[in-house]
Design a binder for this molecule. Structure first.
Ligand code: SF4
Length: 225
């Protein structure tokens, strides 16, 4: 596989170039103008943030990308798939409400939001992979339907992948709800009972009520997550 070119930049702005202009320069340097966007549907894969959470890229950055795609003749849209966990993005209606509350409305970004795996997260395309762990990936239909895929992501720690950036944003985040279930079902938490003091904190914060404390110990493995 050909090695990727990776460009780094700082968050420093100058009187001649603000951060949004810098993002535009970064995209130009990375070769955006070599991509044929003419009349192409360009999916900008992003994370809209949970309701009340501020850990997402500001919509201003999404607008810079969408405007550039349009300038190059493309049809951009912002997209993500529904989450498996309980939260404010588990179906398309809640997901859109959250995206708009967090500033990703068409008025702000100049492009529409499509939830790639549809109303209840069942709108998926089966993609044959024949990988070691996944034989057939379940990917949100609108992402597979797009002609160009752009990952616009923040960087974070993640309990399964270690760190989350572009690969996680696309690889995990493009999975439909069933796809996400497959990714997570082999990663069930377990408890070292010799260290458990039976405080019950895990049971109180678990969205699925999985750890049921018995005889002052959390269970060794969780069955309903
Ligand atoms: S009950 Fe849960 S949170 Fe408390 S010590 Fe045991 S495993 Fe940890």
């Amino acid at each position: 596989m050909e090695q990727s070119k990776v460009y780094f930049t700082t968050f420093k702005a100058t009187e001649h170039e603000n951060l949004l202009q810098k993002l535009h320069r970064l995209m130009k340097t990375a070769g955006f103008e070599q991509i044929d966007f003419t009349d192409k549907y360009a999916a900008i894969k992003i994370h809209f943030g949970e309701y009340g959470n501020l850990a997402f890229l500001r919509p201003n950055y999404a607008k810079v990308v969408a405007d550039y795609v349009k300038e190059l003749g493309g049809k951009p849209f912002l997209t993500d798939c529904n989450t498996l966990y309980v939260g404010s993005r588990k179906n398309a209606l809640d997901h859109l409400d959250t995206a708009y509350v967090n500033g990703f409305s068409p008025l702000q970004t100049g492009c529409h939001v499509l939830i790639a795996d549809g109303l209840k997260g069942t709108d998926e395309t089966l993609v044959p992979l024949n990988g070691e762990y996944v034989k057939e990936a379940k990917i949100g239909h609108a992402i597979m339907d797009a002609d160009v895929l752009i990952s616009l992501t923040h960087f974070k720690g993640h309990e399964m992948t270690g760190f989350g950036g572009t690969i996680k944003n696309i690889g995990m985040g493009s999975g439909s709800r069933a796809g996400k279930m497959e990714q997570h079902c082999d990663g069930k938490p377990s408890v070292d009972q010799s260290l458990c003091v039976g405080c019950g904190a895990c049971g109180r914060i678990c969205a699925h009520g999985a750890p049921v404390i018995k005889d002052r110990k959390a269970p060794l493995t969780m069955t309903n997550v």
